[in-house]
Design a protein around this ligand. Structure first.
Ligand code: ZN
Length: 253
């Protein structure tokens, strides 16, 4: 039977039959894949606990009639620090959710290294940086998917933005509006200067430098809110995992 090898990040699994697991994973060559690991829930399974969400591993699979079957697994990075920290785990799920539900299928060869890098950063950071991590990686994911927010010119008429009376952000147009265009809007979303600065800087910089400047809590809060709405507007997938995160945050305050 034809077998193949691929590196993946495990996203989730569900129990199947008495002792099997069906895993969902993300691969740089294939995008989203599902496969079955037979006997994975037996105590003496050769897979052990390795098929857990966010394990980065190399799988050997063979082509099944419906689902492909996992025959071997080699862990490349277990990301234990994420798995053992419920808050970090919730943040990891948000990025995974975003990738799985949207552009992740179109260009896995570009998305996969981004996803892996986001987990490597998440693994090593202090909890105080979690919010900025989420903002930076959500924003970069939107840019990778072709939805870069327009912040240097008016997103409606295209005129260069000079001095703005107010930073009016239009979801429909995908960015800031000039004074003339914003006057015509009812109930506009107005952003603080620091929020615009944070969005601008993070959009332009190399993702490896996402935590070079730490922004205020107020700017981070507003940035996260505007990004959530932006993602919702363009990807039409309300991120369920965000609600999970809110629950965790309220429990561990
Ligand atoms: Zn305009």
């Amino acid at each position: 039977m034809p077998t193949y090898k691929t590196r993946v990040i495990i996203i989730s699994y569900m129990k199947f039959k008495e002792a099997d697991k069906i895993i969902r994973a993300y691969s740089p060559h294939l995008g989203r894949i599902s496969a079955i690991a037979k006997g994975a829930r037996k105590t003496k399974s050769k897979f052990g606990a390795r098929l857990e969400p966010f394990s980065y591993c190399e799988l050997v699979l063979y082509k099944g009639r419906n689902l492909d079957i996992v025959t071997q697994i080699e862990i490349l990075e277990p990301f234990l620090n994420i798995k053992e920290n419920l808050k970090k785990l919730a943040y990891a799920y948000i990025i995974a959710d975003l990738i799985i539900r949207s552009g992740g299928e179109s260009d896995p060869a570009r998305i996969f290294p981004f996803f892996l890098f986001s987990l490597k950063e998440l693994q090593k950071i202090d909890e105080s940086l979690l919010k900025q991590w989420l903002i930076a990686f959500q924003l970069k994911f939107m840019i990778l998917s072709g939805y870069k927010p327009i912040l240097d010119k008016c997103s409606s008429c295209g005129r260069k933005i000079e001095k703005l009376k107010k930073n009016v952000f239009s979801f429909k147009d995908g960015g800031l509006l000039c004074n003339d265009c914003s006057n015509k809007r009812e109930a506009p979303t107005v952003l603080k200067n620091e929020t615009v600065k944070m969005l601008r800087n993070l959009s332009e910089m190399d993702i490896r430098e996402w935590n070079r400047t730490i922004y205020s809590e107020i700017a981070q809060k507003e940035c996260q809110k505007v990004l959530e709405n932006y993602i919702y507007y363009y990807l039409e997938s309300k991120l369920k995992t965000i609600h999970f995160l809110r629950e965790i945050e309220s429990k561990y305050k």
